[in-house]
Write a protein that binds this ligand. Structure first.
Ligand code: ADP
Length: 459
C-alpha cells in the first residue's frame, strides 16, 4: 500500500507535466487552427506537446545520471523514479558491492603479506625478468635490499655474489645455495621455487649461527681428540718400553710414575668433559635452593690449601651473611676451578684471596685474586673458550685441561650471572663472579657480630 502510494507520488510530476503540456498544446492549436479539422488537430497538438514535454523531462534525467557516472562516483546516484532512477540505483548498488569485495580482498592480501612479513625466513618474489616484485623485510635484510626502492630492479644487479648469480641462472633449484651477503657478511641459504609464468619465489634463511655452532662442534671434536691422543701416545710409548726393555727397579718406578701422570691427565679431561656435558644438558639450577656462602668458601679453601701444600697464603673474606640460590655442586666446581687456577698460576709464597661483597644494586660479587703470573691482555677475551690456554706449557705442567674457565662461565651463566677478568702480566689476576640480586640474599647469623669483611684467614 505504502509502496503504491510512493510510486504514485513519484510519478505525479511526470503525469502533471504531461497533462499540462497536452492542455497547453491543445489550447495553442485551438488558437492557431480553425475550420472543420480543428478538433482533431487540437488533440494531435495536445498529444505532441505532452510527448515533447515527457521526452525533455526524461532526457534531463538521463543527463543527470550520465553526469553522475562521469564523476568520481563517490556520491549517491541521482534519486529518481522511473527507468533512469532504477538504472542509477542498480549501477550504484553494483558499484558498492564491487567496492566492498575489493576492500575485503585488499584486507585479505594485507593479512597474507603481514603473515609473510612475520616469517622468520626471507621471502622474495621475482617476475619473469628476474625483477623484484615484492620482498619481506627479512629477505631485504638478508640480501641488503631496500624493499621499496629496489622494487622492479633486476636482482642480479643488486645481489652480485657469484654463487647466487650462477645458481639463479642454472635453472637447477633442487638444492639451496649458500651465500655470504648483507651487512656483517652473514651466511644465508637461498632456495628458489619457480611458479606461475616464469616467476620465482626465493626463500632465504640466515644460517650464520648454525654454521658457527657446527664449526665449534668440529673444532671441539678435533681438540678433544688431540688432547686424548697426546697422553695416549706417551702411554703407548711407555708400555712398549716396559715390554721390550729390561728396566731396573728405579727406572720401572720412574716410568710407572710418568704413566700414572698421563692417566691422571686423561681422567681429568674426561671428568671436565662430563661436567660440561652435564651443564649443557640439564635445566637451570632451582632459584629457591639456598647455598651458604661461608660453607662454600670453607670447602673450596680446604681443597686449595691441600693443592698448595702450604706454598701460598690463602684467605677468604666476607660472605658470612650471604646465601646463593642455585646448585651447591656447580658453585663449588666453579669457585674451586678459579681457586685451583690461582694456586697453579701463582708462584710459591704468593697470595690468594677469595672475597665477597654486596654491590649497591643488590648483586653479589665473588673475587678470586692472586698475585701470580698474570695474563697478557690479548688473551683475556678468549680465556673462557674451551681448550684456550694463555700459557700452554704451565697449564699442561700443572695438569690443566683447558676447560676450567669454560666450566666456570657455564655455571655462572646458568645462575644468571657473569664472569669478569682483570689481569696484568707478571702482576696477578682478578677473576670476578657477579651474581644477580635475584640469586643472592642476606642471612641473619645470630652471634656473629658485624659479619662484613671478617678476615677469616685459613692459612
Ligand atoms: P687450564 O686447565 O689450562 O688452567 P682454564 O680454562 O682453567 O684452563 O684456564 C685457561 C687459561 O687461562 C689457562 O691455560 C691459563 O693460561 C689462564 N689462567 C687461568 N687462571 C689463571 C690465573 N689465575 N693466573 C694466570 N693465568 C690463568
Amino acid at each position: 500500500m505504502l509502496r503504491r502510494l510512493r510510486s504514485v507520488v513519484e510519478w505525479a510530476p511526470r503525469a502533471l507535466l504531461a497533462v499540462g503540456a497536452m492542455l497547453l498544446g491543445g489550447f495553442i492549436t485551438a488558437i492557431i487552427v480553425s475550420g472543420q479539422e480543428r478538433r482533431w488537430l487540437e488533440v494531435l497538438g495536445g498529444a505532441a506537446a505532452g510527448l515533447l514535454a515527457v521526452t525533455i523531462y526524461e532526457t534531463r534525467r538521463a543527463y543527470k545520471l550520465m553526469a553522475w557516472l562521469r564523476g568520481p562516483l563517490d556520491r549517491d546516484a541521482p534519486r529518481d523514479a522511473g527507468f533512469w532512477g532504477e538504472l542509477g540505483y542498480r549501477i550504484e548498488r553494483a558499484l558498492r558491492e564491487k567496492d566492498r569485495a575489493t576492500l575485503l580482498e585488499r584486507g585479505r592480501v594485507a593479512q597474507f603479506l603481514t603473515a609473510i612479513e612475520a616469517s622468520p625466513n626471507g621471502v622474495l618474489l621475482l617476475d619473469a625478468h628476474e625483477q623484484i616484485e615484492w620482498c619481506n623485510s627479512v629477505a631485504a635484510d638478508h640480501f641488503g635490499l631496500d624493499p621499496q626502492r629496489d622494487r622492479q630492479q633486476r636482482i642480479t644487479n643488486l645481489v652480485r655474489a657469484p654463487a647466487f648469480v650462477a645458481y639463479l641462472q642454472s635453472g637447477d633449484y633442487r638444492e639451496a645455495v649458500h651465500i655470504n651477503s648483507g651487512p656483517g657478511r652473514r651466511t644465508v641459504t637461498v632456495l628458489v621455487r619457480p611458479y606461475g609464468d616464469g616467476q620465482k619465489l626465493l626463500l632465504s634463511q640466515d644460517v650464520t649461527e648454525r654454521e658457527r655452532a657446527e664449526g665449534m662442534r668440529r673444532d671441539f671434536v678435533a681438540n678433544v681428540s688431540h688432547e686424548i691422543r697426546t697422553p695416549l701416545t706417551v702411554l703407548a710409548g711407555f708400555v712398549e718400553t716396559m715390554a721390550s726393555l729390561p728396566l731396573t727397579e728405579a727406572e720401572r718406578e720412574r716410568v710407572l710414575a710418568l704413566m700414572s701422570q698421563q692417566t691422571d691427565r686423561m681422567q681429568a679431561l674426561v671428568s671436565d668433559l662430563l661436567t660440561l656435558a652435564q651443564l649443557e644438558g640439564s635445566p637451570r639450577p632451582a632459584p629457591d635452593r639456598w647455598v651458604s656462602l661461608s660453607s662454600l668458601f670453607q670447602r673450596v679453601s680446604v681443597d686449595a690449601i691441600a693443592l698448595s701444600g702450604g706454598r701460598h697464603r690463602i684467605t677468604t673474606t666476607g660472605g658470612d651473611d650471604a646465601e646463593i640460590a642455585g646448585s651447591d655442586a656447580e658453585l663449588q666446581s666453579a669457585l674451586g676451578n678459579l681457586v685451583t687456577n690461582a694456586v697453579r698460576y701463582t708462584p710459591d709464597k704468593g697470595r690468594i684471596e677469595v672475597l665477597w661483597h654486596w654491590r649497591e644494586d643488590g648483586a653479589g660479587v665473588i673475587d678470586v685474586v692472586d698475585n701470580g703470573s698474570g695474563i697478557a691482555r690479548e688473551h683475556l677475551p678468549r680465556l673462557t673458550e674451551r681448550f684456550y690456554r694463555a700459557d700452554s706449557s704451565r697449564s699442561r705442567e700443572t695438569g690443566g685441561t683447558g676447560l676450567g674457565l669454560s666450566i666456570v662461565k657455564h655455571v655462572i651463566q646458568r645462575h644468571g650471572g657473569e664472569i669478569e677478568v682483570e689481569s696484568e702480566l707478571g702482576k696477578g689476576s682478578r677473576f670476578r663472579l657477579v651474581l644477580p640480586s635475584a640469586r643472592v640474599r642476606r642471612v641473619d647469623r645470630a652471634g656473629s657480630a658485624s659479619l662484613q669483611d671478617v678476615d677469616s684467614q685459613v692459612s
